[in-house]
Design a protein around this ligand. Structure first.
Ligand code: UT7
Length: 329
Protein backbone atom coordinates (compact mmCIF):
# COMPACT_ATOMS: atom_id res chain seq x y z
CA UNK A 1 0.00 0.00 0.00
CA UNK A 2 1.23 3.51 -0.85
CA UNK A 3 2.18 5.86 1.98
CA UNK A 4 -0.63 8.19 3.03
CA UNK A 5 0.21 11.88 2.87
CA UNK A 6 -1.96 14.73 4.14
CA UNK A 7 -3.00 16.75 1.10
CA UNK A 8 -4.69 20.11 0.83
CA UNK A 9 -7.98 19.38 -0.96
CA UNK A 10 -9.63 22.81 -0.67
CA UNK A 11 -8.62 26.33 0.24
CA UNK A 12 -10.52 29.54 0.82
CA UNK A 13 -9.92 32.97 2.28
CA UNK A 14 -11.62 36.07 3.57
CA UNK A 15 -10.44 39.64 3.93
CA UNK A 16 -12.56 42.43 5.41
CA UNK A 17 -13.90 45.14 3.10
CA UNK A 18 -12.25 48.16 4.73
CA UNK A 19 -9.02 49.16 2.94
CA UNK A 20 -6.48 51.11 5.01
CA UNK A 21 -4.16 52.74 2.48
CA UNK A 22 -0.70 54.19 2.99
CA UNK A 23 -2.24 57.58 2.25
CA UNK A 24 -4.73 57.21 5.09
CA UNK A 25 -1.86 56.19 7.41
CA UNK A 26 -0.12 59.44 6.43
CA UNK A 27 -2.99 61.24 8.18
CA UNK A 28 -2.58 59.14 11.34
CA UNK A 29 1.21 58.99 11.95
CA UNK A 30 4.37 60.67 10.64
CA UNK A 31 4.97 58.45 7.61
CA UNK A 32 4.62 58.49 3.85
CA UNK A 33 3.70 56.16 1.03
CA UNK A 34 7.21 56.21 -0.41
CA UNK A 35 8.85 55.08 2.87
CA UNK A 36 6.33 52.30 3.44
CA UNK A 37 6.50 51.06 -0.15
CA UNK A 38 10.28 50.96 -0.40
CA UNK A 39 10.90 49.53 3.11
CA UNK A 40 8.10 46.95 3.15
CA UNK A 41 6.39 46.61 -0.25
CA UNK A 42 2.99 47.33 1.35
CA UNK A 43 0.45 49.67 -0.26
CA UNK A 44 -2.69 48.84 1.68
CA UNK A 45 -4.11 46.43 4.24
CA UNK A 46 -7.60 45.31 5.29
CA UNK A 47 -9.18 46.16 8.64
CA UNK A 48 -12.08 44.34 10.30
CA UNK A 49 -14.46 47.06 11.49
CA UNK A 50 -17.52 46.44 13.61
CA UNK A 51 -18.27 46.24 17.30
CA UNK A 52 -17.74 42.82 18.83
CA UNK A 53 -16.24 41.18 15.74
CA UNK A 54 -13.21 38.96 16.27
CA UNK A 55 -10.96 36.63 14.31
CA UNK A 56 -13.61 33.90 14.22
CA UNK A 57 -15.90 36.26 12.29
CA UNK A 58 -13.40 36.23 9.41
CA UNK A 59 -12.97 32.45 9.69
CA UNK A 60 -16.71 31.78 9.31
CA UNK A 61 -16.99 33.04 5.69
CA UNK A 62 -13.58 31.56 4.84
CA UNK A 63 -14.55 28.10 6.10
CA UNK A 64 -18.15 28.15 4.83
CA UNK A 65 -16.81 28.99 1.37
CA UNK A 66 -14.27 26.19 1.64
CA UNK A 67 -16.91 23.63 2.59
CA UNK A 68 -19.06 24.73 -0.34
CA UNK A 69 -16.14 24.42 -2.75
CA UNK A 70 -15.34 20.92 -1.46
CA UNK A 71 -19.02 19.95 -1.38
CA UNK A 72 -19.05 18.68 2.20
CA UNK A 73 -20.92 19.57 5.36
CA UNK A 74 -19.40 21.05 8.51
CA UNK A 75 -20.44 17.90 10.40
CA UNK A 76 -17.89 15.90 8.38
CA UNK A 77 -14.91 17.75 9.88
CA UNK A 78 -12.98 15.71 12.46
CA UNK A 79 -10.58 18.34 13.80
CA UNK A 80 -10.18 22.13 13.66
CA UNK A 81 -6.75 23.64 14.30
CA UNK A 82 -7.15 27.41 14.61
CA UNK A 83 -3.80 29.11 14.18
CA UNK A 84 -4.01 32.64 15.57
CA UNK A 85 -2.23 35.17 17.74
CA UNK A 86 -5.42 37.21 18.17
CA UNK A 87 -7.97 34.71 19.50
CA UNK A 88 -11.49 36.04 20.07
CA UNK A 89 -10.84 35.66 23.80
CA UNK A 90 -7.98 34.34 25.97
CA UNK A 91 -10.29 31.36 26.48
CA UNK A 92 -12.19 29.36 25.33
CA UNK A 93 -10.35 28.38 22.17
CA UNK A 94 -11.38 30.18 18.99
CA UNK A 95 -11.49 26.72 17.35
CA UNK A 96 -14.46 25.92 19.60
CA UNK A 97 -16.15 29.23 18.87
CA UNK A 98 -15.72 28.62 15.13
CA UNK A 99 -16.98 25.02 15.38
CA UNK A 100 -20.13 26.29 17.07
CA UNK A 101 -20.67 29.07 14.53
CA UNK A 102 -20.33 26.80 11.49
CA UNK A 103 -22.07 23.76 13.00
CA UNK A 104 -19.04 21.43 13.07
CA UNK A 105 -20.75 19.23 15.63
CA UNK A 106 -18.45 16.23 15.28
CA UNK A 107 -15.15 18.11 15.43
CA UNK A 108 -12.78 18.64 18.30
CA UNK A 109 -10.33 21.49 18.09
CA UNK A 110 -7.68 23.67 19.60
CA UNK A 111 -5.86 26.94 19.02
CA UNK A 112 -2.25 26.99 17.95
CA UNK A 113 -0.10 29.98 18.88
CA UNK A 114 3.15 30.31 16.95
CA UNK A 115 2.78 33.89 15.67
CA UNK A 116 3.59 34.24 11.97
CA UNK A 117 4.66 30.58 11.69
CA UNK A 118 1.38 29.40 13.17
CA UNK A 119 -0.29 28.26 9.96
CA UNK A 120 2.86 26.40 8.90
CA UNK A 121 3.04 24.66 12.29
CA UNK A 122 -0.71 23.96 11.98
CA UNK A 123 -0.21 22.24 8.63
CA UNK A 124 2.62 20.15 10.06
CA UNK A 125 0.58 19.25 13.14
CA UNK A 126 -2.68 18.56 11.33
CA UNK A 127 -0.95 16.35 8.81
CA UNK A 128 0.06 13.95 11.61
CA UNK A 129 -3.59 13.11 12.34
CA UNK A 130 -4.14 12.29 8.65
CA UNK A 131 -0.92 10.28 8.18
CA UNK A 132 -1.60 8.22 11.31
CA UNK A 133 -5.06 7.32 10.00
CA UNK A 134 -6.74 8.88 13.05
CA UNK A 135 -8.68 11.47 11.03
CA UNK A 136 -9.96 11.92 7.47
CA UNK A 137 -10.79 15.64 7.43
CA UNK A 138 -8.70 18.20 9.29
CA UNK A 139 -9.42 21.90 8.93
CA UNK A 140 -6.41 24.19 9.42
CA UNK A 141 -7.42 27.82 9.81
CA UNK A 142 -4.95 30.72 9.90
CA UNK A 143 -6.20 34.17 10.72
CA UNK A 144 -5.63 37.29 12.73
CA UNK A 145 -7.34 40.53 13.55
CA UNK A 146 -4.00 42.31 13.97
CA UNK A 147 -5.76 45.67 14.21
CA UNK A 148 -6.96 44.57 17.66
CA UNK A 149 -3.41 44.76 19.06
CA UNK A 150 -1.79 47.43 16.91
CA UNK A 151 -0.97 50.88 18.26
CA UNK A 152 -2.08 53.29 15.54
CA UNK A 153 0.20 55.89 17.10
CA UNK A 154 3.32 53.75 16.50
CA UNK A 155 4.51 54.33 12.94
CA UNK A 156 7.02 51.47 13.11
CA UNK A 157 4.33 48.81 13.48
CA UNK A 158 0.97 50.20 12.34
CA UNK A 159 2.10 50.36 8.73
CA UNK A 160 2.91 46.64 8.56
CA UNK A 161 -0.06 44.69 9.85
CA UNK A 162 -3.55 43.94 8.52
CA UNK A 163 -6.50 41.62 9.15
CA UNK A 164 -7.40 38.49 7.21
CA UNK A 165 -8.06 34.77 7.43
CA UNK A 166 -7.70 31.66 5.30
CA UNK A 167 -8.35 27.96 5.70
CA UNK A 168 -7.39 24.67 4.11
CA UNK A 169 -8.81 21.17 4.36
CA UNK A 170 -6.37 18.29 4.81
CA UNK A 171 -7.39 14.82 3.59
CA UNK A 172 -5.53 11.54 2.99
CA UNK A 173 -3.79 11.12 -0.38
CA UNK A 174 -2.23 7.87 -1.63
CA UNK A 175 -1.00 9.23 -4.99
CA UNK A 176 2.21 10.69 -3.55
CA UNK A 177 0.82 14.24 -3.31
CA UNK A 178 0.42 16.29 -0.12
CA UNK A 179 2.78 17.35 2.64
CA UNK A 180 6.08 15.57 2.04
CA UNK A 181 8.51 17.13 4.51
CA UNK A 182 8.91 19.92 7.03
CA UNK A 183 11.65 21.70 8.96
CA UNK A 184 10.27 23.43 12.06
CA UNK A 185 12.17 25.60 14.53
CA UNK A 186 11.64 27.72 17.65
CA UNK A 187 13.95 29.83 19.79
CA UNK A 188 12.55 31.46 22.91
CA UNK A 189 15.52 33.84 23.04
CA UNK A 190 13.57 35.87 20.48
CA UNK A 191 11.04 37.06 23.07
CA UNK A 192 12.53 40.53 23.75
CA UNK A 193 12.28 41.58 20.11
CA UNK A 194 8.59 40.89 19.41
CA UNK A 195 5.90 40.45 22.06
CA UNK A 196 2.88 41.83 23.87
CA UNK A 197 3.99 43.11 27.26
CA UNK A 198 0.80 42.65 29.28
CA UNK A 199 -2.45 40.75 29.31
CA UNK A 200 -1.02 37.30 29.99
CA UNK A 201 -0.57 35.51 33.31
CA UNK A 202 2.87 37.04 33.92
CA UNK A 203 1.50 40.58 33.73
CA UNK A 204 -2.27 40.62 33.91
CA UNK A 205 -4.32 43.54 32.69
CA UNK A 206 -4.50 46.48 35.08
CA UNK A 207 -5.05 50.22 34.90
CA UNK A 208 -1.28 50.56 34.98
CA UNK A 209 -0.71 48.24 31.99
CA UNK A 210 -3.36 50.05 29.98
CA UNK A 211 -2.01 53.50 30.81
CA UNK A 212 1.47 52.30 29.78
CA UNK A 213 0.09 51.04 26.42
CA UNK A 214 1.40 47.54 27.15
CA UNK A 215 -1.38 45.68 25.35
CA UNK A 216 -0.14 46.60 21.92
CA UNK A 217 2.27 44.60 19.80
CA UNK A 218 5.87 45.58 20.59
CA UNK A 219 8.52 45.01 17.94
CA UNK A 220 12.17 45.88 17.52
CA UNK A 221 11.90 45.82 13.75
CA UNK A 222 15.54 45.83 12.76
CA UNK A 223 16.47 42.93 15.05
CA UNK A 224 13.51 40.87 13.88
CA UNK A 225 14.38 41.71 10.29
CA UNK A 226 17.94 40.38 10.70
CA UNK A 227 16.77 37.05 12.15
CA UNK A 228 13.92 36.73 9.64
CA UNK A 229 15.94 37.46 6.55
CA UNK A 230 18.53 34.80 7.35
CA UNK A 231 16.42 32.11 8.96
CA UNK A 232 13.45 32.00 6.59
CA UNK A 233 15.80 31.72 3.64
CA UNK A 234 17.99 29.07 5.33
CA UNK A 235 15.12 26.83 6.31
CA UNK A 236 13.54 26.97 2.84
CA UNK A 237 16.90 26.03 1.33
CA UNK A 238 17.31 23.22 3.89
CA UNK A 239 13.98 21.55 3.08
CA UNK A 240 14.81 21.77 -0.64
CA UNK A 241 18.30 20.33 -0.24
CA UNK A 242 17.26 17.38 1.84
CA UNK A 243 14.58 16.49 -0.74
CA UNK A 244 17.06 16.88 -3.61
CA UNK A 245 15.11 19.77 -5.09
CA UNK A 246 16.70 22.52 -7.12
CA UNK A 247 15.06 25.83 -8.02
CA UNK A 248 13.96 24.35 -11.36
CA UNK A 249 11.92 21.68 -9.55
CA UNK A 250 9.90 24.29 -7.63
CA UNK A 251 6.63 25.46 -9.16
CA UNK A 252 5.85 27.98 -6.41
CA UNK A 253 7.59 29.52 -3.42
CA UNK A 254 5.01 30.58 -0.82
CA UNK A 255 6.68 32.89 1.71
CA UNK A 256 5.18 34.53 4.78
CA UNK A 257 4.34 38.13 3.86
CA UNK A 258 6.12 40.28 6.46
CA UNK A 259 8.36 42.43 4.31
CA UNK A 260 9.03 42.34 0.57
CA UNK A 261 12.77 42.52 1.28
CA UNK A 262 12.60 39.32 3.41
CA UNK A 263 10.63 37.60 0.64
CA UNK A 264 13.23 38.65 -1.95
CA UNK A 265 16.07 37.33 0.22
CA UNK A 266 14.32 33.95 0.54
CA UNK A 267 13.76 33.78 -3.21
CA UNK A 268 17.39 34.68 -3.84
CA UNK A 269 18.77 32.08 -1.35
CA UNK A 270 16.63 29.29 -2.88
CA UNK A 271 17.29 30.43 -6.45
CA UNK A 272 13.57 30.42 -7.26
CA UNK A 273 12.83 33.02 -9.95
CA UNK A 274 10.56 35.93 -9.13
CA UNK A 275 7.74 34.75 -11.43
CA UNK A 276 7.33 31.70 -9.16
CA UNK A 277 7.23 33.63 -5.88
CA UNK A 278 3.77 34.31 -4.49
CA UNK A 279 3.44 37.88 -3.22
CA UNK A 280 0.30 39.72 -2.14
CA UNK A 281 1.86 41.83 0.62
CA UNK A 282 1.13 45.04 -1.32
CA UNK A 283 -2.63 44.49 -0.81
CA UNK A 284 -2.86 42.89 2.63
CA UNK A 285 0.32 43.69 4.58
CA UNK A 286 1.26 41.18 7.25
CA UNK A 287 -1.84 39.30 8.42
CA UNK A 288 0.33 37.04 10.66
CA UNK A 289 -1.37 33.60 10.60
CA UNK A 290 -3.41 34.66 7.59
CA UNK A 291 -0.66 35.29 5.06
CA UNK A 292 0.06 31.74 3.90
CA UNK A 293 -3.52 30.49 3.44
CA UNK A 294 -4.44 33.79 1.74
CA UNK A 295 -1.55 33.24 -0.71
CA UNK A 296 -2.70 29.67 -1.40
CA UNK A 297 -6.28 30.90 -1.89
CA UNK A 298 -5.38 33.63 -4.36
CA UNK A 299 -3.03 31.42 -6.41
CA UNK A 300 -5.18 28.24 -6.26
CA UNK A 301 -6.26 28.57 -9.91
CA UNK A 302 -2.64 28.59 -11.06
CA UNK A 303 -1.59 25.45 -9.18
CA UNK A 304 -1.48 22.14 -11.04
CA UNK A 305 -1.66 18.62 -9.62
CA UNK A 306 1.84 17.47 -8.68
CA UNK A 307 3.30 21.02 -8.46
CA UNK A 308 6.12 21.28 -5.92
CA UNK A 309 5.44 24.06 -3.41
CA UNK A 310 7.86 25.35 -0.80
CA UNK A 311 6.14 27.21 2.03
CA UNK A 312 8.26 29.22 4.47
CA UNK A 313 7.57 31.41 7.48
CA UNK A 314 9.27 33.37 10.24
CA UNK A 315 7.66 34.97 13.26
CA UNK A 316 7.87 36.22 16.81
CA UNK A 317 9.02 33.87 19.49
CA UNK A 318 11.08 33.28 17.44
CA UNK A 319 9.42 30.58 15.33
CA UNK A 320 10.25 29.60 11.79
CA UNK A 321 10.07 26.74 9.36
CA UNK A 322 9.44 25.43 5.89
CA UNK A 323 7.21 22.79 4.35
CA UNK A 324 7.60 20.93 1.08
CA UNK A 325 4.30 19.81 -0.40
CA UNK A 326 3.03 18.49 -3.72
CA UNK A 327 -0.23 20.10 -4.77
CA UNK A 328 -2.95 17.45 -5.00
CA UNK A 329 -5.55 18.85 -7.45
O1 UT7 B 1 6.09 38.83 10.67
C1 UT7 B 1 6.62 38.89 11.95
C2 UT7 B 1 8.04 39.23 11.92
N1 UT7 B 1 8.23 40.62 11.63
C3 UT7 B 1 9.02 41.00 10.63
O2 UT7 B 1 9.51 40.18 9.90
C4 UT7 B 1 9.32 42.48 10.50
C5 UT7 B 1 10.80 42.68 10.30
N2 UT7 B 1 11.19 44.07 10.29
C6 UT7 B 1 10.90 44.90 9.25
O3 UT7 B 1 10.21 44.54 8.34
C7 UT7 B 1 11.54 46.25 9.26
O4 UT7 B 1 12.51 46.31 10.27
C8 UT7 B 1 10.53 47.44 9.45
C9 UT7 B 1 9.65 47.56 8.25
C10 UT7 B 1 9.70 47.20 10.71
C11 UT7 B 1 11.30 48.74 9.63
O5 UT7 B 1 12.14 48.97 8.50
P1 UT7 B 1 13.68 49.30 8.71
O6 UT7 B 1 14.24 49.48 7.36
O7 UT7 B 1 14.29 48.23 9.58
O8 UT7 B 1 13.64 50.70 9.45
P2 UT7 B 1 14.27 51.09 10.85
O9 UT7 B 1 13.48 50.52 11.97
O10 UT7 B 1 15.74 50.83 10.81
O11 UT7 B 1 14.05 52.65 10.83
C12 UT7 B 1 14.76 53.51 9.92
C13 UT7 B 1 14.25 54.93 10.07
C14 UT7 B 1 14.22 55.40 11.53
O12 UT7 B 1 14.55 56.77 11.54
P3 UT7 B 1 16.03 57.27 11.90
O13 UT7 B 1 16.29 56.75 13.28
O14 UT7 B 1 16.93 56.65 10.88
O15 UT7 B 1 15.91 58.75 11.80
C15 UT7 B 1 12.79 55.22 11.91
O16 UT7 B 1 12.40 56.08 12.95
O17 UT7 B 1 12.91 55.01 9.60
C16 UT7 B 1 12.09 55.58 10.64
N3 UT7 B 1 10.75 54.99 10.51
C17 UT7 B 1 9.81 55.49 9.69
N4 UT7 B 1 9.81 56.54 8.85
C18 UT7 B 1 8.69 56.78 8.15
C19 UT7 B 1 10.24 53.91 11.15
N5 UT7 B 1 8.98 53.69 10.74
C20 UT7 B 1 8.69 54.66 9.84
C21 UT7 B 1 7.56 54.96 9.09
N6 UT7 B 1 7.60 56.02 8.24
N7 UT7 B 1 6.42 54.22 9.15
Amino acid sequence: MNKIHAAITAVNGYVPDYVLTNHELETMVDTNDEWITTRTGIKERRILKGEGLGTSDMAVPAVNGLLKKRGIGADEIDLIIFCTSTPDRVFPATANILADKIGAKNAWGYDLQATCSGFLFGLATGSQFIESGKHKKVLVVGGDKMSSMIDYKDRATCIIFGDGCGAVLLEPNDEGNGIIDSVLKSDGAGLPFLHQKAGGSARPTSHETIDAREHYLYQEGQSVFKFAVTNMAEVAAEVMERNNLTANDIAWLVPHQANKRIIDATASRTGVSSDKVIINIERYGNTTNGTLPLCLWEWEDKFKKGDNLIIAAFGGGFTWGSIYLKWAY
